[in-house]
Write a protein that binds this ligand. Structure first.
Ligand code: CP3
Length: 323
């Protein structure tokens, strides 16, 4: 889950001197931001600083990060508009612009981070990227993309196929650049019912994970609101499932057996409780997974912007002190 962000004063400091685009696409800045949570809290992994949406910009969809979130100024919805998207140059490392900036940042992180600390790469999953491109800016319900699945399924499949190919190449390039593992964010796939998930997300997740399995990569899948999709998640081929907070980790373990990696799933809102309560809830999750060597403690989604730093400190102390 996102570690960096608006809750850290040192992040705010960098943000006061750079635009968000600069922070993501100038590797010196991105590396510094990636290292901030590691320096402060000693996490077991560094997640490279970047955003899942730039790949769409490099396919010809102008993107702006506005204070309330990302906006695509020319959303797409027809086969003609989808065909007009270009193939991205994944290796374009032009500072301040290219999609390849993430590769330069990963190489540098791998160089500076201790060998026993994982460096994580990531990308948006095909359905989630398609949803952003069709919606333009994201409302909670994904009304436009869900409508389009039924109005013009062929156009959506055309887009998803292209995105799956590009995403497999992109994550492969990130592994080559030094990522220890890669996480695919299908944040919005939880908006789909099981049948739509099986048609519009699952096959494309499979394409990406199958390609990455060929090189024995360590892969993680996150879907926000995935409890109703669990039976299908196993079919994606991801080696680790990252679960949101609306479900029980211990029940997921029973369902999946001992070998599949499971990651999650403390509600990020828990961090607004007093530190003692944060410790109590963190311990409860850890206890529920005691002895489970394929469990990775994490939040159940990205950290909120006003999160008190003391609460994160209480969480990290509790996890690191648990034996
Ligand atoms: O952990 C990290 O900090 C790594 C970098 C990272 C970012 N975005 C930087 C970012 C990662 C892994 C992402 C993934 C991402 N981006 C997802 C999937 C994960 C999830 O949240 O479900 C999604 C959906 C996006 C798209 C996106 N980027 C949104 C919706 C927003 C605005 C809302 C928000 O949460 O701030 C962003 C901006 C963004 N990307 C920020 C960061 C640190 C916040 C920028 C700021 O205000 O300083």
């Amino acid at each position: 889950m996102r570690q960096a962000g608006r809750y850290l004063p040192e992040y705010q400091e960098i943000k006061s001197r750079h635009t968000f685009v600069e922070m993501c696409t100038q590797p010196e800045v991105a590396v510094e931001v990636s290292l901030q949570p590691l320096k402060r809290f000693g996490f077991d992994a560094a997640i490279v600083f970047y955003d899942i949406l730039y790949i769409l910009e490099s396919m010809g969809a102008p993107l702006e990060f506005q204070p309330n979130g990302p906006v695509f100024h020319r959303p797409v919805s027809t086969a003609k508009e989808i065909r007009a998207l270009n193939d991205p140059d994944l290796f374009d490392e032009t500072p301040g612009k290219g999609t390849g900036a993430i590769l330069a940042s990963l190489r540098e992180l791998r160089r500076v981070v201790p060998a026993d600390t994982a460096v994580l790469g990531f990308a948006g999953a095909p359905f989630t990227l398609a949803a952003y491109l069709v919606e333009g800016s994201f409302g909670r319900s994904g009304e436009r993309i869900r409508r389009l699945l039924h109005q013009d399924p062929a156009a959506v499949h055309l887009l998803l196929e292209r995105l799956a190919d590009v995403t497999a190449d992109y994550l492969s390039a990130q592994l080559d650049a030094g990522a220890s593992a890669v996480q695919l964010f299908d944040t919005w796939a939880g908006l789909l019912g099981p049948e739509e998930f099986r048609e519009f997300s699952l096959p494309y997740l499979k394409t990406v994970f199958t390609r990455l399995a060929e090189r024995d990569a360590l892969t993680v899948l996150y879907i926000n609101g995935s409890a109703h999709l669990l039976d299908d998640l196993i079919a994606t081929g991801a080696r680790v499932l990252s679960l949101d907070w609306r479900q029980s980790m211990a029940s997921a373990r029973k369902r999946f057996g001992p070998d599949l990696g499971l990651q999650g799933n403390l509600d990020p809102a828990t961090l607004f409780a007093p530190p003692d309560e944060v410790r109590r809830r963190t311990l409860a999750l850890l206890e529920s997974m005691r002895g489970d060597s394929a469990f990775v403690f994490n939040l159940g989604h990205g950290i909120h912007r006003e999160t008190p730093v003391e609460a994160v400190a209480a969480l990290v102390e509790t996890v690191q002190g648990f034996s």
